[in-house]
Design a protein around this ligand. Sequence first.
Ligand code: ADP
Ligand code: ZN
Ligand code: ZN
Length: 736
Amino acid sequence: MVNLHHETTCIFKVAIPSPLNRLFDYLPPIGVDYQHIQLGCRLQVPFGNSHKIGYLVAISQHSDVPIDKLKATIQILDQQSLLSPQDLQLLHWASQYYHHPLGQVIATAFPVSLRQGKIAQRQQQKTYGLTALGYQIDSETLRRAPKQKALLAWFKEHGNTPESALSLKDANAKATIKQLLSKQLLELKHTEMLAPVHNAIPDWPCNAPQQQAITAVVAGLSTFQVFLLEGVTGSGKTEVYMRIISEVLARGQQVLVLVPEITLTPQLEERFFSRFAVAISVSHSRLTDNQRQEAWLQMQQGVCSIMLGTRSALFTPFKNLGLIILDEEHDASFKQQEGFRFSARDVAVVRGKLLGIPVLLGSATPSLESLYNVQKQRYQWLHLPERAGNASAPSLQLLDIRNKKMQEGLSEQLLAEIRQTLEKQEQVLLFLNRRGFAPTLICHSCAWVARCPRCDANLVIHAQQRQLRCHHCAAEQSLPSRCPACQDVQLTALGLGTERVEQVLARLFTGKTIIRLDRDSTQRKGSLENYLAQINSGAADIILGTQMLAKGHHFANVTLVAILDVDSGLFSVDFHAAEKLAQLVVQVAGRAGREEKLGKVLMQTRKPDHPLLTTLIQEGYQRFAEIALAERKDAQLPPYSYQALLRAQANDADVVYVFLQQLAELLRGHAKVQILGPIPAPMAKRAGLFRYQLLFQARQRPVLHSLLEDMLAQIANMKQAKKVRWSLDVDPVDLY
Ligand code: ADP
Ligand code: ZN
Ligand code: ZN
């Protein structure tokens, strides 16, 4: 029997967030007009025994499934697609390039609430503005209420402002607004004003290199081009961004600014807020779902001009995007390390190309990939050689600690330097990239070492909590008082962690305020902000911390920076390690002497002749990068070749090994791709699972990607694959 109705039926091809890398076919919803449906619309569809939210990616007349087996779409959630055709094109590209299921890729573009099917509606914005009284009143009458006074001043300068923008500026804004409302200085306005009012560009001139950079990018607005702005910390990169941004805003376009970790850069946020009197959205993981949705929709509808966000903000749809800026482009946090392992930097470049707009990458320590792209003339290099204003560059020195007397990792010479700095009422910053008290607990009599039962790792001593903790899985136990092997009581803490250094500093510098910044000390919400405020107010004398310190902070009164154990970064199986260490050293050094005081940077080492350290100190990061690139070229490592890493794990080591070995065998036909492995992962066991990997490397991208496609098809047919957990990492930034 021929069913005439079915011949004219459309089939919806739907991308659904699931590990299956394929589309699913559905019939349109019954009794609903779908003539005007657009690609990208969210759909609610039946899936298994329940239902899911999927995304319409194509409409076809054809299905491989018999039509009478197809289920109908339950509901069309969006009248118009929230994503533009270019947004969809970008997501398709990313799904193909990273070999990641399209449904999951599209889902990452949406905030969680929209992924779950919430309607895409903005919250009703409350916008406030000054009353006539508010305009007239002399702000001195509010001098006893500094917060109210400040807010009043803000309104005088910026005009009507939505509540959301105020609470982004200050978490307590609501209370202050209420007080001003009750004094009839402020009133509720009903306009949804979000248009630019003015830009508070400072009247001092930019220096010549800054001006050159600005001119180059501004000349290239409305065309695709990638710029790499290289300049040491304090050279005025942010100032360059801001002046270019105001040009883009003047053309009525929006700007996306991506930063590594926003909660670590509150100062950047503040600078943007005080510079631009336009709506600015901030998007990062500490926002609530509602706040995120609001920020996302504001950009999508074009009522907000600037989005400042982390990696996950990259796929936010914009009504009229004119520029993408990626600050600290070398930072590893731009690469997502689980699930959909995309590089925000690389995808940003593709997005710029699709939209025909410039992409501006900035860093004091550009990645080797970006420098290579400059060499190849794919990116245009812009350089700010000196610190802006009156700040001078810090001097870098090695402190040879071989055979030196040390107190818990601090040499006599370093202690003397700390003392001198504190005497001048200046601040000291100490860097140690290891949290906890000590990395090893060992028995003095039988050499037993506390190991994590589930990982290939030692347990770390956390003295404050009297615990042993694994930094790779959730394992923790209380600190034993006797050796479990020989019952001896002489257990010794070996090595240094931030807690331990904090203790010795407290003992040696009594009366001084010491602040420790690491993941343990900043767990409570708001604690990091508190510490930063203490540091900036001058209340802190010594700041001690992990890599949290290397990012973005401007500590104006810090004049001595010391890296306590630079050697720990010198030895690694991963070829990326040298680059990362060099970047870390230069970034940490950049925290010193921001203003007019001269800064000093000391690095304690037992390898004072190590070429990486001597090059960095005597010749600087640029020379280091040249040498490192030459080494990569000799070894044919990225960026001179392309890599992909297949990681696999299971609770039986043999199962993983056999799986990868069979897979490698099946792929031998791809002659132009080198296959390394299976080899155990650098941490061969983690959280009870055994881990192996296969590394693929090729001179050309296409041959690598054709192998990966073949590989995924093979995996889908392998029985072994069901017993392991595997993940694919294209362009891995670390091999762990
Ligand atoms: P970066 O982003 O490279 O660390 P910033 O843009 O934050 O540098 O600039 C560092 C400091 O110098 C800031 O306080 C900034 O206001 C100031 N600054 C930037 N450019 C100039 C300039 N041309 N003249 C004077 N001060 C400047
Ligand atoms: Zn023992
Ligand atoms: Zn563990």
